[in-house]
Design a protein around this ligand. Structure first.
Ligand code: PEP
Length: 252
């Protein structure tokens, strides 16, 4: 199975409702290449309105996080069923901002991911090393631990039920990007761990996105790497002028 490149915009806690609708419209109004998939992740209160804009397009809608329970006393959380009702078909889990600012552990990330899968929402599992870990030479250990713990007790029938995003923490929102070679090394390693967790055929189907200061100037080089199957984009996804060229990255 061919891995269809996924260009995903994480709008974080930005945009008013009106800005979210305008941005979604500006992206949806452009003809998108048929050989790739686009996903937008607005803040939760904008999901429903953005879903209306994306209706009748091929652009996927994602939540930025997801709870594991359908309902209950979980103040501040949003259930997979509620997200589906709002129009989301995908959900980011384990973003480094959730891990670092909100102390989300691998165990919690695993619960979120499992809840999403059970509800038929495609999780995007974010993993990535800090600068200290990279400098200490423990990048691959961190990635392997986050994958194994984040995916504990997970069974997949097909690899396209899951997306992984390799996002080096030192590259998120900093303007520093991993080189294409660094990204490929990490992605290739992650795929080998996925092959061990699941099997080789499923690992070949799982899309592994790169995230960390992706912009129109570096996207072509990153996307040219064999195991880079797309991009998770923060800052540059907040303007159509910068996200559209990323969507339209050039294949080699
Ligand atoms: C992100 O939020 O996942 C991200 C990669 O942000 P940025 O593109 O701004 O580095």
């Amino acid at each position: 199975m061919q891995r269809i490149p996924l260009l995903a915009g994480n709008w974080k806690m930005f945009t008013t409702l009106a800005e979210a609708v305008d941005l979604a419209r500006a992206i949806a109004d452009h003809p998108l290449p048929a050989d790739r998939q686009v996903m937008l992740a607005p803040s939760a209160p904008a999901l429903h309105a953005v879903a209306e804009v994306l209706r009748d397009t091929d652009i996927a809608l994602a939540a930025q996080n997801v709870c594991w329970e359908d309902k209950g006393a979980f103040t501040g959380e949003i259930s997979p069923l509620m997200l589906k009702e709002a129009g989301a078909t995908m959900a980011i889990v384990g973003h480094s901002e959730r891990r670092q600012i909100f102390a989300e552990t691998d165990e919690l990330v695993n619960k979120r991911l499992t809840g999403a899968l059970q509800a038929g929402i495609t999780p995007i599992l974010c993993i990535g090393e800090t600068l200290t870990e990279r400098e200490a030479g423990s990048t691959m250990t961190t990635l392997e631990n986050q994958l194994r713990q984040g995916l504990a007790h997970v069974n997949l029938i097909r690899g396209d039920e899951l997306v992984v995003a390799y996002e080096p923490v030192w590259a998120i929102g900093t303007g520093k990007t991993a080189s294409a070679a660094q990204a490929q090394e990490a992605h290739g390693f992650c795929r080998s761990v996925l092959a061990d967790i699941f099997d080789k055929a499923i690992a070949q189907q799982i899309r592994i996105l790169y995230g960390g200061s992706v912009n129109p100037a570096n996207v072509d080089e990153l996307m040219a790497e064999a195991d880079v199957d797309g991009a998770l984009v923060g800052g540059a996804a907040l303007k159509a002028e910068t996200f559209l060229p990323i969507i339209n990255f050039k294949t080699q």
